[in-house]
Write a protein that binds this ligand. Sequence first.
Ligand code: WQD
Length: 337
Amino acid sequence: MAILVTGGAGFIGSHTCVELLNAGEEIVVMDNFYNSNSRALDGIKEITGKSFKFYEDDMLDMPAIDRIFADNDIEQVIHFAGYKCVPESVQKPLVYYSNNLRGTFNILETMKKYGCTKFVFSSSATVYGIPETVPVKEDFPLSAINPYGSTKLIIENLCREMYAADSSWTMILLRYFNPVGAHKSGKIGEDPNGIPNNLMPIVLDKAAGKRDVLQVAGNDYPTPDGSCVRDYIHVVDLAKGHVAAVKKARAMNGGCPAYNLGTGNGYSVIEILDAFQRVNGIDLGYTIGPRRAGDAATTYSDPSLAEKELGWKAELGIEDMCRDAWSFRKIREAENK
Ligand code: WQD
């Protein structure tokens, strides 16, 4: 029995594949390399010393998905594949709805056809909208504040309604906060194809001399230093949370729980930048710029339910995140020369 990992060559997907293989799981990976590349697959194999079947396929290609299930005994699916750039989703809502929703429908319909009933979904803290209080708990109100978030919320609702209609489904919804960092080997990390929008890829571009300006998007928020506070979580901790979810799904006979995968700690943008400079001995030369539309002042998780029910807790801190992210980027820069 194998775990199908859709989007398994991506940032979180590749780190999850490493931890699944390290945990003795058999995996099958599917990715269309829209926002990833085959070097991630090589990295997974080098780190673990293990191999796995890979399908370069698109989740919009229903016959391709069917072939994966026909050729492999898939026990459960971890579904990462999807577009995830918030500003791009605002510009292209139909592209985001069409890709993220049709693709997920194809996966779930094929799972149903083959009697595969265990689905671990890559959801996001964005389904909380702008929370009124912190820390954020799983029973907080859900809302969408951008098309990307809408697709995540719609898929969560579909999972809940599928379980309500047929209790044989086991759906685990994992709500990520702010994933950053890289595997300490430096063989896999955040290696996006497009123009980065998130803080850490932008910091790395600045540190690597690929960007002239690094701005803190506002320092007039009601926070200790005025910059926004977020719950940054090391991608390796996040990956280990997926291993715990797979084991939980295996032990369940129906359900649709949601879990926050965060550290429960909030760090400001300026704290992250200062930590990055400190652990890597780099002067980022950042400046203070205007607020970014749509940003919440403060959001961080209460991860206690994941600790209680998944037996999982984040272990790495922001220094690890900053050090590992830069280590990976330095290696990539050297390889690309
Ligand atoms: C973090 C903070 C920015 C760039 C997004 C998605 C969320 C999830 C994680 C997928 C913010 C500030 C940024 C810069 C800055 N993704 N910033 N200067 O917005 O918390 O969450 O990514 O699930 O769904 O919404 O993350 O990394 O974009 O920004 O000051 O050049 O860094 O304003 O306060 P965010 P982010």
